[in-house]
Design a protein around this ligand. Structure first.
Ligand SMILES: Cc1cc2nc3c(=O)[nH]c(=O)nc-3n(C[C@H](O)[C@H](O)[C@H](O)COP(=O)(O)OP(=O)(O)OC[C@H]3O[C@@H](n4cnc5c(N)ncnc54)[C@H](O)[C@@H]3O)c2cc1C
Length: 761
């Protein structure tokens, strides 16, 4: 009898849950309104921001079951001959013209550099050749900014801004034919210098809180009465603003008299205005931590502009926010990641050289274990940041606008730069702190907070954007569920909701089994050292997908306000992306033995960050029972990952110090100044001499130890070594030369009191 009841019950449940028409009526109809109530309330601007751009590889990581072949088969574009020639020609020439110390003292780039930037169309890298621009790929655009950043932050920001979110990009994407024909050639040639003014005193991170307004009205323009807007604005922090000839402006467009026949408040609108219009005020400058790129406020008082100055014409009135969000979806992945990698490569190149040249306690400082640790961190960061940069640029060149990935790149590459530059400062110590022509790192150090703040300040980007957008856009079901709820589509909701349940159950099983084997039971896409690392990452992907679903299910709409939780979920997603990029980079390069410590360090660091982030979510999830149950699934044997081991960190330090090929490859984007230039030029030359003289110094040390000669130090010791036949005359010269170069390189700048007071700081 009991069996009969059980069979009957199973049958009823099967009908209720597996016969879709029945399920919809009996189950889904009841669940839909409950879920609708838990969804976060979303304003129009938020919805536009969330829907901007495309989703790409990060969606695979989010799914819990990444298809590694998709990643490995993806072939990013390479630089063309023309792009390579531009890097070797005009970019290197520009780098030779701009010495950052000199630029800081002038408070601006030299006129020669401005002319060069314009003549060689640096401002038109993203503008197609048909409009007179360079029509570069994202990869080339990034390569240019990376190289310049390794030389002069001021020049890099100046070249970067016209090619990132701003007039050229907006006109290209949305401009009318007439605007394209008029502006693009002028922007490409530098005849027009653009800026883009969005930020206001009351509208920083919350850029939608615009107080700048344009009121639709009739007015006189070039002797004719036309329909236009009366604009008033107060903008600040605008890069290139003080020297701009055309001003991209974001403002709220109002039409109180309904002259356009639509709503009174049309919303955020973007226009491109000549800076010479009456009422436009530019020229004042801010001082961004002493880095003298042009940056300042702009004000507009009753500026009249015809409606056709709206980017895209008056049909695009009120569409400004969507335009900006779409452009940012790709642009964020290029500008600041390039600057961060340029500065990081510079830090690695100088720190390795300085560490080999600078001696304390009778040894080059790079040989101390204490120094090896930050040095390995620098090298590891350079490796994975560059890998992630290349992967992202590849996606953009393939036509993606990967909004979540771009936000990840912006946030984690600028934070990476902060870590790298701080470590490099610690290693170079007093030499990095004392500013002057010899200093190599001070400008990069000062520029760190700029990168952290612009294009979406990092705290907000981490807590609000990456996971906020990722959870909705990358998740295979959430957006479908939300859409079905909004459209009250029971059939679509039923499919999405039960698909979601199946997805979560699948990820739970996968996370648990892969957790037990630490990823070993996942099929690796390649053999060799990278294989097990893919397995571990597959494990984290499944764990992430399951934890993320549980956080959404238990917190619902309140997850939006739980920024500590969403920040950690952003961390885990970002580090999965970075780790996958590093593994792809290694595999694409043919898994070279020399890079093995670098990829292993990168993976160990990323895995530790992922586990820490997931553990942090579990430790802080308000529903403690769910947190406990999640722990059993995702960490069946406990959270055991640790930061990269000392053995690995030592191997990384050794490889970048002892393998010139690896160091060269890791810092290939750095501009090489002439060997007689104070700073990097002289440091590199000194390092080469010191390394060449190292075997000679070893012979001398051995002779001192064997008491063949006395340790009297300096050139006398070399003389004595030659007299004793320990070294030849040529070797004495070489060693003496190296000692002089070392002596020179450890000097820092000093100024007499009067000179000091005149310095621009
Ligand atoms: C050197 C420089 C150049 C710039 N160039 C331009 C330009 O060319 N054009 C332009 O329009 N703007 C430009 N900006 C402006 C830049 O984009 C803004 O500074 C940035 O958006 C942050 O605004 P804010 O400085 O007012 O900081 P705030 O908005 O006051 O933010 C302060 C802190 O609060 C955090 N925060 C804010 N909201 C949240 C939240 N909901 N959750 C968690 N944390 C939050 C932020 O992350 C930040 O850490 C520039 C700024 C600088 C410094």
């Amino acid at each position: 009898m009991i069996w009969l009841v059980l069979i009957l019950l199973a049958f009823v449940l099967a009908v209720v849950f597996f016969v879709r028409p029945v399920r919809r009526v009996l189950v889904t109809r009841a669940i839909m309104p409950v879920l609708a109530r838990t969804l976060p309330r979303m304003g129009e601007t938020e919805r536009i921001a969330l829907e901007a751009g495309t989703v790409w590889w990060e969606a695979e990581l989010f799914s819990g079951r990444p298809r590694w072949r998709k990643l490995l088969d993806f072939k990013p574009k390479a630089l063309s001959e023309r792009e390579r020639a531009f890097l070797d020609g005009p970019v290197n020439e520009l780098c030779r013209m701009v010495n950052e110390w000199d630029v800081i003292q002038r408070g601006d780039l030299p006129q020669e550099a401005w002319d060069h930037l314009k003549k060689h169309r640096f401002f038109g890298m993203i503008i197609p050749e048909e409009y007179g621009g360079l029509g570069f790929s994202a990869l080339a655009h990034s390569a240019v900014i990376t190289r310049i950043s390794s030389r002069s932050v001021t020049a890099a920001v100046t070249a970067m801004v016209p090619n990132s979110l701003g007039p050229a990009e907006l006109i290209l994407q949305y401009g009318t034919d007439q605007q394209k024909r008029h502006y693009l050639p002028r922007l490409a040639s530098g005849e027009e210098v653009p800026c883009f003014a969005l930020t206001e005193p009351g509208a920083g991170s919350d850029a939608t809180a615009q107080h700048s307004t344009g009121v639709v009205c009739r007015g006189m323009y070039q002797g004719q009465e036309v329909l236009g807007m009366r604009l008033n604005w107060d903008k600040r922090y605008i890069t290139l603003g003080p020297v701009s000839t055309v001003l991209g402006l974001a403002f709220r467009l109002l039409d109180p008299d309904r002259l356009l026949g639509g709503a009174e408040d049309l919303g955020i609108t973007c226009a491109l205005l000549p800076s010479h219009l009456p009422g436009v005020q530019i020229g004042e400058r801010h001082d961004p931590l002493g880095i003298p790129f042009q940056n300042g406020p702009t004000y507009g008082k009753d500026v009249f502009a015809p409606l056709d100055m709206i980017i895209g014409g008056h049909g695009m009135a009120g569409k400004g926010w969507r335009m900006l969000m779409d452009c940012l979806a790709a642009g964020r992945g290029i500008s600041l990641p390039s600057l961060s990698v340029g500065a990081s490569e510079l830090a690695l190149r100088t720190t390795t050289a300085y560490g080999l040249v600078r001696e304390q306690f009778g040894l080059p400082i790079a040989r101390f274990e204490g120094i090896e640790e930050p040095l390995a961190r620098i090298a590891g960061h350079v490796y994975f940041l560059n890998a992630a940069r290349h992967l992202t640029l590849g996606a953009i060149d393939a036509g993606e606008k990967p909004a979540v990935v771009s936000a990840i790149m912006k946030r984690y590459s600028t934070e990476g730069m902060r870590s790298v530059v701080n470590d490099a400062m610690d290693i170079q110590a007093g030499a990095a702190i004392s500013r002057g022509p010899r200093n190599i790192l001070a400008a990069a150090y000062a520029s760190v907070p700029v990168g952290i703040t612009v294009e979406g300040a990092n705290i907000l980007t981490r807590s609000l954007i990456i996971y906020g957008q990722g959870a909705i856009r990358c998740h295979p079901y959430v957006q479908k569920e939300m859409r079905a709820i909004a459209e009250r589509d029971l059939v679509a909701f039923d499919a999405a909701f039960f698909g979601h349940i199946g997805h979560a159950i699948g990820n739970k099983l996968r996370a648990w089994t892969l957790g037990l084997s630490d990823g070993a039971w996942s099929r690796a896409p390649v053999s060799g050292p990278a294989g097990p690392l893919f397995g571990r990452l597959a494990r984290y992907s499944a764990a992430y997908a399951f934890v993320s679903d549980a956080a959404m299910a238990t917190l619902g709409g309140t997850l939006k306000r739980k920024e500590r939780i969403s920040g950690r979920l952003a961390d885990a997603l970002a580090w999965m992306y970075i780790a996958s990029a590093a593994l792809k980079h290694f595999v694409d390069d043919g898994q070279p033995e020399g890079d093995r410590p670098l990829v292993e360090w990168s993976a160990a660091h990323a895995f530790y960050q992922i586990e820490t982030a997931l553990q942090g979510v579990l430790d802080n999830l308000p529903n403690r029972f769910v947190a406990w149950a999640l722990g059993i699934v995702v960490f069946p044997l406990g959270a055991r990952r640790r930061p990269p081991e000392d053995r690995l960190s030592a191997a990384v330090a050794r490889v970048v110090l002892n393998e010139p090929g690896v160091r060269e490859r890791l810092t290939a984007d750095v501009f090489r100044p002439p060997a007689d230039e104070p700073g990097l030029g002289k440091l590199e030359a000194a390092c080469a001499k010191v390394l060449a003289a190292a075997p000679i110094e070893r012979k001398i040390k051995d002779a001192v130890r064997a008491k063949k000669i006395r340790d009297i130090g300096g050139c006398e010791l070399l003389q004595e070594a030659r007299r004793a036949g320990v070294i030849t005359e040529a070797e004495q010269r070489l060693a003496c030369d190296a000692a002089a170069a070392r002596e020179d390189i450890i000097q820092v700048d000093s100024f007499d009191a009067a000179e000091f007071l005149k310095l621009r700081r």
